[in-house]
Design a protein around this ligand. Structure first.
Ligand SMILES: [Zn+2]
Length: 302
């Protein structure tokens, strides 16, 4: 994607390197807090010496500063510092994601305006490992996600590398597709599709609920495709970009993911659609780019 001259979004919240506080408490941290309490309480000097040795041996003193300053996140940052060592690459990735987000803001603002609506853009949160969200604990291993309750998209940028290493879907536009898909969920939230979906889902069997979820996900893929058409019309795509997005859509298909993880597929448990469906709905969005052709909830031809 020709992103050099694209503007970055203002709707970014950078939590990289921050601990998640209430969720980050490791057992070693709690253990050393207990030992410190013992150290400062009564006891023989021998006991204190043993405690001191234990603390020194197991790195308890790194959390000492945290306890003394009231900064309980000190413990958890150690892991995130490791993952942010390659700051340059990570910052470039963040910049790219921010540019994609800005472009979706322009696209959806235009689309909403044409329908007499106003688009309220989502906030995108960068984090490392885990973070608190309006939808509970956000964890990097779950991949990028959108939380309807706080209208934020959460991304741990290590996913960008995982697209290449784990999903075999390399390229900047593979990542762009992922962002645009999450923005698609925000669009669903803004126009009320998500609340209709939540109502319709009540009382359904798991199988029927999953089937409805597939429709929601394929529509987000369609919206991602619609955005891809918008940037293509601006001449911002490189050769192969659409193929990168299609590869990514294929890679995150339920059948492909299940086949790789378990060696078999269970169609009733599909929540996002097959690889073929995901590619097809992205491509359909890319062909039409409008709202009407993206009604995955009405069609019999999913
Ligand atoms: Zn989704």
């Amino acid at each position: 994607m020709k992103s050099d001259k694209m503007r970055e979004s203002d709707n970014i919240e950078d939590r990289r390197g921050q601990g998640s506080g209430s969720f980050g408490g490791s057992s070693s941290g709690n253990g050393s807090q207990l030992l410190l309490q013992l150290l400062f309480s009564s006891g023989s000097w021998k006991t204190k010496l043993v405690i001191l040795l234990v603390l020194l041996l197991f790195g308890g003193f790194s959390s000492l500063s945290g306890i003394l300053t009231g900064d309980n996140t000190a413990n958890y940052d150690r892991t995130s510092q490791v993952s942010t060592n390659n700051t340059t690459a990570s910052d470039q990735d963040a910049q790219f994601v921010s540019k994609v987000l800005a472009s979706t803001e322009e696209f959806w603002s235009q689309k909403f305006r044409a329908e007499g609506m106003t688009y309220n853009a989502p906030t995108l949160v960068f984090y490392t490992n885990r973070t608190t969200t309006g939808c509970g604990l956000g964890q990097a291993q779950a991949g990028p996600f959108y939380c309807p309750a706080d209208k934020k998209i959460y991304i741990d940028l290590t996913f960008y590398q995982e697209l290449t290493t784990k999903y075999k879907a390399a390229g900047d536009f593979a990542m762009a597709y992922v962002i645009a898909h999450e923005v698609g969920h925000h669009v669903q939230n803004e126009i009320g599709t998500m609340s209709s979906y939540n109502k319709a889902r009540q009382g359904l069997s798991e199988k029927a609920s999953n089937a409805l979820n597939v429709r929601l996900e394929l529509q987000a893929d369609y919206y991602a495709g619609a955005w891809a058409k918008y940037v293509d019309d601006q001449g911002l795509l490189d050769t192969g970009d659409i193929q990168e997005a299609l590869n990514a859509a294929h890679a995150v298909g339920d059948d492909t993911l299940q086949q790789e993880a378990y060696g078999k597929t269970v169609p009733d448990s599909f929540t996002h659609g097959t690889s073929e469906q995901r590619k097809r709905w992205f491509d359909r969005g890319y062909q039409y780019g409008d709202f009407t052709h993206g009604d995955t909830f009405k069609t019999n031809d999913l």
